[in-house]
Ligand binder design. Structure first.
Ligand code: SAM
Length: 285
């Protein structure tokens, strides 16, 4: 069947085998930040991720699946839902899937979604909430892992300060393992973050190698908490560190200078959540 010819099966499913198809060219261009920014969309790979997204109320703009998936109940259901909501459904060859994902063994189901970013002035802090704020995070794997960890720890969201890596890059989305759909993301300049923090007055805890307090001694309960993490290379700048009510240190043994940013975030975050959720100490064996 030729490109962009609707199949008789569903009526609105396009069967595509050519890499020069303009729709495929557009989807492949989503590997570039410029195109993601222009279209306000991004790509997520894998049936589980796509199902997670739908369950969380995200609408699919374009669903793409391998021919071999045709007839599989879950795929058919998602395809029908996508068409019903005005999205496009493409059944493609393995060659096309490999080209879109730039992987030899691509996921058999991928989808294009609209990006979602929450404005900081829409964030209404609640006493039991913990937010993670990241200063100029550079590494997509770190950012994805932090979004996933924030989700697992029950954090309220992740605030991206300054010039950060794109949260909707394929690498970041992959590393979130689906949590990109569950965790609200805020993007903000350093100046706007400082102004907001002064006004909203959360317990702002900076994570700092030279922190004066052990992160385990802080009382995280009773107020909304924002855990502020520094950049991978430079750490927290003085402008942000000075705004913090506490500067916390994770005690280290051994010769490592510091912890990886995502690991440090996980350690701090689970401690803060333990207080807020009143999980208490684990039962003894
Ligand atoms: N050279 C950087 C510096 O001087 O801060 C190292 C940055 S570290 C890789 C990235 C971030 O993880 C730090 O800015 C801090 O927020 C957090 N971090 C890493 N290890 C930490 C520790 N032992 N205590 C507190 N925060 C830590």
């Amino acid at each position: 069947m030729s490109d962009s010819t609707p199949t008789s099966r569903v009526g609105q499913v396009k069967d595509i085998t050519s890499l020069s198809n303009p729709v495929i060219k557009d989807i492949r261009a989503l590997s570039m930040k410029k195109h993601r920014d222009e279209t306000g969309t991004f790509l997520a790979e894998g049936l589980k991720l796509v199902i997670d997204a739908i369950e969380l109320g995200w609408a699919i703009r374009t669903l793409i699946y391998a021919k071999a998936q045709r007839g599989k109940p879950q795929v058919e259901k998602i395809a029908a839902l996508t068409v019903a909501r005005g999205g496009l459904v493409l059944e493609v060859s393995d060659k096309v899937l490999t080209a879109i994902t730039r992987r030899d063994n691509p996921q058999a189901v991928i989808a294009v979604f609209e990006q979602r970013v929450t404005a900081l002035d829409q964030v209404k802090l609640k006493p039991d909430q913990t937010w993670v704020a990241l200063d100029r995070v550079r590494d997509p794997g770190n950012l994805g892992t932090i979004i996933r960890t924030a989700d697992a720890a029950g954090a309220a969201g992740v605030i991206l300060i300054g010039d950060t890596v794109d949260p909707f890059s394929t690498e970041t989305v992959r590393a979130t393992m689906g949590s990109i759909f569950a965790v609200p993301l805020v993007r903000v300049s350093e100046a706007a973050f400082l102004a907001w923090s002064k006004k909203a007055s959360p317990l702002l805890v900076g994570s700092h190698l030279k922190g004066s307090v052990d992160y385990r001694t802080i009382g995280y309960k009773g107020r909304p908490v924002v855990l502020l993490m520094g950049n991978e290379q430079a750490g927290l700048p003085d402008t942000l560190a000075q705004a913090c009510e506490k500067l916390a240190r994770i005690p280290q043994a051994g010769r490592a200078d510091s912890l990886n940013l995502a690991i440090a975030t996980g350690v701090m975050l689970f401690e803060a959540r333990r207080h807020c959720l009143e999980l208490g100490d684990p039962p003894r064996e």
